[in-house]
Design a protein around this ligand. Structure first.
Ligand code: ZN
Ligand code: MN
Length: 478
């Protein structure tokens, strides 16, 4: 059976405006429960919403960054359902006309070709409160998040694999981080993703029902959810089984999606126009003002890095994909002259290590200054690259001062020709056949000899010098 996976995403992104979307309560994570509330966001009768200008600006900024059209007029609706975390009994969202429409984000598809994932709309919404389930069988409500501003970003079903979904989400998150409108702290729920997925049998055109998986708050869980649903729905197609449109959730403990309920239709939400909020009218001047406030975005920074630091496109793209990493690199360039060394070491050692440890640049144990010092030791030929890697390992784990560490552990590179000469002679004496082997065309033996000398010097010899001296000896012996 040949089949195609069809995925659309809906992403709720918190906006880090100073105050909430429709009242003047402070918009901040982690406060004492119910200390940032007012009659408005508690849903008291008679309290009226007032739309926050800053939220409008941030939503326009997201729209511009994602290539959307900005609507000069947009409208608000009430989405009604009953749940204790929803103080008013409805959520204010944008209905018929959202503030932004028709955008896209470019990702690399399965064949590493550019592909545009279209964005259908970006709408302003308010968040709900939060239920806290304690061990005492009671649920407690914290309404600090009630009325906090969100944008919901809705794609067309243009995504055809878990890889494309991950690429889309990564680019989305990184761009929001560059714009500084979302904290990026997914563990705090700053970005939550709903996945809509079904399969189509390309031979018979049979389709599975669209399944929605709600509120996934990590990208790896999104990937796993899609992979799991592909397998589950493939079985349905193969066995000619029918399933009604439904909502599921990802259960991380068993690595499976679980049925939550059969799908709410939009009728169930009894959407209606919100008469308390007039049509939002903006003009080109407002959009222009927001455009002028936009910071440098990923692609601009990539191009600038290529020019300013003479990086390859590949390296520049890696270093700019994450805003904080790009800043770490750029701040390091102030003290490190050798930009190629800096870029290579940042990518191959620092980023690889962060990735392996699933850690972030916020949690480094060493300072930017110490990182620069380490690279300058290499650049000034005081230590070789391999020693630098060893020192970096200790820096990463314990946050030591590289200069002190190198001195205390006697790791300074040996550049003294006569000292290296001694090692070379010793190695050549111990391997009397090696010169002939080299001359008869087995040039791999050179690497072996260099390795032996490095070992004798406890890794401290200047490898280029070792290489040169061995070749000289071989030539002389002819
Ligand atoms: Zn409030
Ligand atoms: Mn929503």
């Amino acid at each position: 059976m040949k089949f195609k996976t069809i995925v659309g995403l809906e992403i709720h992104s918190q906006l880090n405006s100073k105050t909430k979307a429709f009242c003047s309560c402070v918009n901040e994570y982690g406060l004492e429960p119910n200390t940032a509330t007012c009659p408005g966001c508690l849903g008291m009768p008679g309290a009226l919403p007032v739309l926050n200008n800053e939220v409008v600006d941030l939503a326009i900024m997201a729209g511009l960054a994602f290539n959307c059209d900005i609507n000069l007029e947009s409208t608000f609706e009430r989405k009604k359902y009953f749940y204790p975390d929803l103080a008013k009994g409805y959520q204010i969202t944008q209905g018929e006309i959202p503030i932004c429409e028709n955008g896209y984000i470019t990702v690399l598809d399965e064949n590493n070709k550019d592909k545009n994932i279209r964005i259908q709309r970006i709408q302003i919404e308010e968040d709900t409160g939060k239920a806290l389930h304690n061990s005492d069988d009671f649920a407690y409500m914290d309404y600090n998040r009630s009325g906090a501003p969100l944008v919901e970003i809705i794609t067309y079903p243009d995504i055809n694999s878990s890889k494309e979904a991950k690429e889309f989400l990564t680019k989305l998150k990184n761009t929001l981080q560059y714009l500084d409108i979302n904290t990026g702290r997914m563990e705090e729920g700053s970005l939550r993703c709903d996945v809509n997925i079904n399969l189509v049998n390309l031979e018979t055109d049979e389709r599975t029902s669209i399944i929605e998986i709600k509120n996934i708050n990590s990208f790896s869980a999104v990937e796993k959810t899609i992979e799991f649903e592909i397998e589950r729905q493939k079985e349905l197609l193969l066995n000619n089984e029918f399933e009604v449109r439904s909502t599921r959730r990802w259960d991380d403990s068993i690595q499976e999606t679980m049925l939550m309920r059969e799908k709410f239709s939009s009728d169930d939400y009894k959407l209606s126009y919100d008469g308390d909020i007039p049509t939002l009218v903006i003009d080109e001047d407002i959009i222009e003002a927001v455009r002028n406030k936009m910071p440098e975005l990923i692609e601009e920074k990539t191009n600038r890095f290529i020019k300013e630091y003479e990086l390859s496109k590949y390296d520049a793209e890696i270093l700019t994909s994450d805003k904080k990493i790009s800043e770490f690199f750029e701040n390091s360039t102030v003290n490190v002259k050798n930009k190629t060394l800096l870029a290579n070491f940042t990518i191959n050692e620092l980023l690889r290590r962060l990735h392996e440890e699933e850690s972030s640049i916020d949690n480094l144990k060493f300072t930017l200054e110490d990182f620069s010092k380490l690279l300058n030791l290499v650049d000034e030929d005081k230590i070789n690259n391999n020693t630098a890697k060893k020192v970096f390992r200790v820096m990463f784990e314990e946050g030591i001062d590289p200069i002190k560490y190198v001195e205390e552990n006697n790791m300074i590179q040996i550049d003294d020709k006569s000292e290296i000469d001694e090692y070379v002679n010793q190695v050549l004496n111990e391997n009397p056949d090696s010169i002939e082997q080299y001359l008869s065309g087995k040039d791999r033996i050179l690497g072996f000899l260099v390795g032996q000398v490095m070992k004798l010097s406890k890794g401290k010899a200047n490898p280029q010098l070792v290489n040169k001296l061995i070749l000289e000896k071989i030539k002389k012996s002819q």
